[in-house]
Design a protein around this ligand. Structure first.
Ligand code: SAM
Length: 440
């Protein structure tokens, strides 16, 4: 695809255009006279006006070209309509600054200019056609850059060693935590959720260890995707494991809505969306046999005391599900000294710095995560750790001991009533104030 850049095209010269028409008319007239054809009335003695230029064109084209053009014109109109619908005429403002920015991107090879003034899309630009990937880059520029710049300043202004989740640099600028800030703006929520999906797609191996864990366990029932954003992982996994169902929990309604809209027929009945804060106890969900709780890239957004609160809130869900149902924590598990190559470690540490700047939080080692888990509930037991990938998996069981016979526990909560909504809107439940959204 080739765009013309920014230069105003020269205004057509009316006089030379008229001269051209006149010259062509004379040639046609000469040809007609020279070959014994009668000159049509419209051309006789009126060369200078050429008001019926259209007639001249029709005459010169002949009947077949006329019909061909007439039939083809509808396609041209369609192209114009697309150009208008997609705002081709206004997307790139024709101002000096646009050209300068485009030129810098050309210098990076993001755009190309093989011919002066003609800008085209090389692979670096074509890669941005994918919506989720583009959102990942967009989010990184839009949000992270600001936080990174502000980080040093706010750390100097007396932040504790590990800041409280709502005391990070963004919170200090806006007076709220990063996710509260995201939730205020539906467009921001959408970009963020797509950015998370884009980040995963950037390195498909990010889901490998989680997938291994699912493959090994042969789970049956419903996986609860806690803090699951727009459910991009649950949707992927629902396609991969047709015998499983998924409930995606998040507090951001726009993300949940976005996920419901993205459901396709093959998974529509197996993925549902529920508004739930992971700081609140997991409510038992009627008729649901929870086969795993997933906490993917959530703990790293929060400071230690917040993470302890999240782990505590999951206990009721694990208790009612039983010992076979694990909590799967899926995030970077920082390596010990020299365990990873420097290249791998740099990428992990980059994310750690991002968590410091954006959330006042951090990536953690296995030992750090274990200490927080034990603080939340000493019955948490690490069953397996896979920390050899960009996103590790910590498989945890809740040791329920003799008191519960090592099996299911009735935690004595009244069953929550969730309203299943089938038109894409959220309905609060009259009993619990929770909401569930399911696209049928
Ligand atoms: C880093 S994203 C991870 C999303 C998803 N698990 C993934 O791996 O792509 C963190 C998610 O936590 C959600 N979140 C923030 N506060 C929450 C809360 N109190 N309860 C539930 N989810 C929350 C955010 O809306 C966001 O979707």
């Amino acid at each position: 695809m080739v765009h013309r850049v920014i230069k105003p095209s020269p205004t057509p010269d009316l006089v030379s255009l008229a001269r051209d028409v006149l010259r062509q008319t004379e040639e046609i007239t000469k040809y007609l006279e020279g070959n014994g054809f009668s000159v049509p009335l419209s051309l006789q003695g009126r060369r200078a006006h050429l008001k019926p230029r259209k007639d001249l064109t029709l005459l010169a084209d002949g009947p077949k070209r006329f019909w061909r053009q007439l039939c083809g014109f509808s396609w041209d109109l369609g192209a114009f309509q697309v150009a208008l619908d997609s705002e081709f005429f206004t997307l790139i403002p024709a101002v000096d600054r646009t050209e300068r920015i485009v030129r810098q991107l050309i210098a990076y090879g993001v755009f190309a200019e093989h011919e002066a003034g003609m800008v085209s899309h090389p692979p670096a630009s074509l890669a941005m056609q994918g919506e989720e990937f583009r959102c990942f880059v967009h989010y990184s520029m839009r949000e992270r850059l600001k936080s990174s710049a502000a980080n040093g300043f706010y750390l100097q202004s007396g932040s504790s060693e590990e800041a409280n989740g709502n005391q990070d640099s963004i919170a200090k600028q806006h007076g709220t935590g990063a996710y509260e800030q995201v939730a205020k703006d539906p467009e921001h929520s959408e970009i963020f959720a797509r950015a998370m999906a884009g980040w995963k797609k950037l390195n498909v191996q990010h889901n490998d260890l989680l997938q291994d864990s699912f493959d090994r366990a042969n789970r049956k029932g419903t996986a609860i995707d806690v803090g699951g954003s727009n459910g991009h992982i649950s949707r992927d996994f629902a396609r991969r494991y047709p015998h499983l169902t998924f409930i995606v929990q998040d507090t951001n309604r726009d993300m949940l809505r976005q996920g419901a809209v993205k459901l396709t027929d093959d998974i529509r009945d197996r993925v549902s969306f529920m508004e739930h804060s992971f700081f609140e106890s997991q409510p038992p969900i009627q008729g649901v046999n929870a086969c795993a709780f997933l906490l993917q890239q959530c703990a790293h957004n929060w400071a230690g005391p917040d993470v302890v609160a999240i782990f505590k809130a999951l206990v009721s869900g694990l208790e009612s599900a039983g010992t076979d149902t694990p909590l799967l924590i899926n995030e970077i598990i920082l390596p010990g000294r020299g365990e990873w190559s420097r290249h791998q470690e740099r990428l992990a540490r980059q994310m750690d710095i991002a968590m410091m700047a954006v959330h006042g939080a951090k990536e953690r080692t296995r030992a750090e995560l274990e200490a927080l888990l034990k603080e939340a509930d000493p019955r948490y037991e690490i069953r397996t750790v896979f920390d050899d990938g960009p996103l590790g998996v910590l498989e945890l069981a809740m040791f329920l001991g003799d008191a519960v016979g090592g099996n299911r526990v009735d935690v004595g909560c009244p069953k929550a009533q969730f309203e299943v909504v089938d038109d894409g809107t959220l309905l609060p439940s009259s009993i619990t104030g929770q909401t569930i959204l399911k696209s049928l």
